[in-house]
Write a protein that binds this ligand. Structure first.
Ligand code: FES
Ligand code: FES
Length: 163
C-alpha cells in the first residue's frame, strides 16, 4: 500500500511526513520525526509509556495510527521545557525523586499534565487513580504522587499553565 501524507502540529511546530497507512503514531513520532522522548513499552495500551497529549488530552500513541492523528495538535515530552527552563511538573519530579530508570517518566508526566488540567487541586487519591494508567517498575509511585501534588499549586498560581 502506498504511503500517505500526515500533517501534525507537534510541540507547536507543523510537521509533515509520509508513512504507510498502518504506521503507529508512536512510531511516526519516534522514527519519522526523531522525537524519541515518547517511549514504547507494551504496544498494547497497558503500560502508558507512549502517552502524549492529543488536542490537549492524554492518548496512547501506540493505539493510534499516525493517519488518525492527521491535523491534530500533539504535545510530547520534548515540548515541556520552555526557554531552557524545566516545566514545573518536571521540576517537581526532580525534587521529589520521582524517577529512577526514567522509562515511564515521559508517559507519567504527560498523564499528570492531563490530570492537572481536569483536576487542578487533586487529592492524593485523585493522583493515585489518575496515574494508575501508567506503570512504573522502579519507584513504588510514592515520589511520583508527591511530585504531582507539589506541582499542582505551582501550576495553579501561574508558574506555568498545564500545557
Ligand atoms: S506502549 Fe502504549 S500503552 Fe504501552
Ligand atoms: S522510573 Fe523506571 S519504570 Fe518508572
Amino acid at each position: 500500500m502506498s504511503d500517505v501524507a500526515v500533517r501534525l502540529t507537534v510541540n507547536g511546530r507543523v510537521r509533515d511526513g509520509r508513512c504507510p497507512p498502518r504506521r503507529l503514531l508512536v512510531d511516526f513520532l519516534r522514527e519519522d520525526l526523531g522525537l524519541t522522548g515518547t517511549h514504547v513499552g507494551c504496544e498494547h495500551g497497558i503500560c502508558g509509556a507512549c502517552t502524549v497529549l492529543l488536542d490537549g488530552e492524554a492518548a496512547r500513541s501506540c493505539l493510534m495510527l499516525a493517519v488518525q492523528a492527521d491535523g491534530a495538535e500533539i504535545l510530547t515530552i520534548e515540548g515541556l521545557m520552555k526557554d531552557g527552563a524545566l516545566h514545573p511538573l518536571q521540576e517537581a519530579f526532580r525534587e521529589h525523586h520521582a524517577l529512577q530508570c526514567g522509562f515511564c517518566t515521559p508517559g507519567m508526566l504527560m498523564t499528570a499534565l492531563d490530570l492537572l488540567r481536569v483536576k487542578p487541586e487533586p487529592t492524593e487519591a485523585d493522583v493515585r487513580e489518575g496515574l494508575s494508567a501508567v506503570l512504573c517498575r522502579c519507584t513504588g509511585y510514592h515520589g511520583i504522587v508527591k511530585a504531582v501534588q507539589a506541582a499542582a499549586p505551582r501550576m495553579r498560581t501561574g508558574q506555568r499553565r498545564p500545557a
